[in-house]
Ligand binder design. Structure first.
Ligand SMILES: *[C@@H]1O[C@H](CO)[C@@H](O)[C@H](O)[C@H]1NC(C)=O
Ligand SMILES: *[C@@H]1O[C@H](CO)[C@@H](O)[C@H](O)[C@H]1NC(C)=O
Length: 435
């Protein structure tokens, strides 16, 4: 067990005001939210056997319909994003990209029009190399024409993968395509898989270059349908956090990949854990699920507006794991509102223990680095029935966390003025239980 850097916590967060130059396209000022086909639907192209699941214009139109009718659009999910396997195997006679004619009979521009008519935005996928990961035509050698094609189709977001290219050439390829996107004049969110591939090949990633050229970028390999895949990614992020958190900010985000929530593998507790951690990490919130059959309790996690608010916090400071103790990991993220000296915080207590009983963990706000002398209002973001509590830095709190689950709190600062003008129950040094 470790209690490292508790005392340096506030100092560490002040360093966050240092910021890299971002891609200057005015987009993704908060982490993008939406729905992306890959994790749930992969490269399903057999529409006869899988009419409801194959990569086709129908799949994306249905996703758009459901984002609206099931209330997701209302809480911020905005982008409907096509992944691999949408292309014809060959370019047109003029060399242009073309969508599979059977599965996208009306073409991408018509699909964009449909998505836009729902008040949503359309994203699409390509690859910086000669082929996409599934072997369809890549953009290498056609960058300018392809950027123009996407703009002509009214695309709003593009994810560029990194298969079939020498990873060392990515430092040229990704910025070059970004320049062509910019030249089209159409605002298009630019999502890059660039750093992950280089990291994987042992190449030192130039994150300054990445964040100057991309709105978001994948830091890790694809998430897979399991709790262990999820937590492997989380552990890797914790390992690299000292450098990675500094790369994130409005317009430029680390992307740990899609939400698994609503699919097969994650339990209810584990789903709550992913949603809380993705909020702490200022991660893009990209669902990849069958929206017609997401069970109500999972839907309520995906649509938890308190948690979405943490994710979408305007300060754009990525949070981090501050310590682990007794199998409980404590993750915190500074958020609004802030005073001159102190932030509010989102705090996730993530239970990594595996015995069958919930675990009771206690700590003080001060030990978490929360030292605003006027105190905080604490709210349990996953509980409808706990009322908010006023606590001072020395107050002790206890959290009861379920195995593989999370207790997720928001600590909103109380200002001196509020403390003077409002009545707060004096509960100094009392013990509060959150579960
Ligand atoms: C499609 O491209 C492949 C190579 O990628 C080529 O072998 C094939 O002849 C092309 N087919 C058509 C119809 O152009
Ligand atoms: C293109 O880049 C310029 C300079 O960075 C920026 O001001 C402009 O908003 C960009 N345009 C688009 C469409 O991204």
């Amino acid at each position: 067990m470790l209690h490292f850097s508790r005392n340096n916590l506030c100092l560490a967060f002040f360093l966050f005001s240092y910021s890299l130059d971002a891609l200057d396209n005015g987009l993704a000022l908060t982490p993008p939210m939406g729905w992306l086909a890959w994790q749930r639907f992969r490269c399903t192209i057999d529409c006869e056997t899988f009419p409801d699941e194959c990569i086709s214009e129908e799949l994306f139109k249905r996703a758009a319909d459901l984002l609206v009718s099931e209330g997701y659009a209302n809480v911020g999910y905005e982008y409907v994003i096509i992944d691999d396997c949408w292309l014809e195997a060959n370019r047109s006679a003029e060399g242009k990209l073309q969508a599979d004619k059977k599965r996208f009979p009306n073409g991408i521009k018509a699909l964009a029009e449909y998505i836009h008519s729902k008040g949503l935005k359309l994203g699409i996928y390509e690859d910086v190399g000669t082929k996409t990961c599934e072997g369809y035509p890549g953009i290498e050698g056609h960058e300018e024409m392809d950027a123009n094609t996407f703009a002509e189709w009214d695309i709003d977001y593009i994810k560029i993968d990194g298969c079939f290219i020498d990873e060392r050439r990515m430092d040229k390829g990704f910025p070059q395509f970004g320049k062509f996107l910019n030249k089209t004049g159409r605002p298009i969110v630019y999502s890059c898989c660039w750093p992950f591939y280089q990291d994987w090949k042992g190449i030192n990633v130039n994150y300054k270059l990445v964040s100057e050229n991309c709105n978001l970028w994948r830091t890790n390999g694809d998430i897979q349908e399991s709790y262990s895949s999820l937590m492997n990614i989380v552990d890797m992020i914790a390992l690299k956090q000292d450098s990675w958190v500094l790369n994130a900010g409005p317009g430029h985000w680390n992307d740990p990949d899609m939400l698994l929530i609503g699919n097969f593998a994650l339990s209810y507790e584990q789903s709550k854990t992913q949603m809380a951690l993705w909020a702490i990490l200022a991660a893009p919130l990209m669902m990849s699920n069958k929206l017609s059959s997401v069970r109500l309790e999972y839907k309520s996690i995906l649509q938890n507006t308190d948690i979405i608010k943490v994710n979408q916090d305007k300060l754009g400071i990525q949070g981090r794991r501050i310590y682990k103790d007794q199998g409980i990991e404590v993750w915190v993220r500074p958020v609004e509102p802030k005073s001159e000296k102190y932030y509010s915080y989102a705090i996730a207590f993530v239970n990594r223990r595996t015995e069958g009983t919930p675990y009771l963990y206690s700590t003080s706000l001060r030990d978490l680095g929360l030292i605003n002398p006027e105190g905080y209002i604490i709210k349990n973001l996953y509980s409808n029935h706990t009322v908010s509590k006023f606590l001072e830095p020395n107050s002790l709190i206890k959290v009861l966390t379920n195995p593989t689950g999370v207790v997720f709190l928001k600590a909103r600062i109380v200002t001196k003025q509020q403390r003077i003008t409002k009545y707060y129950e004096e509960i100094k040094n009392n013990l509060f239980l959150f579960m």
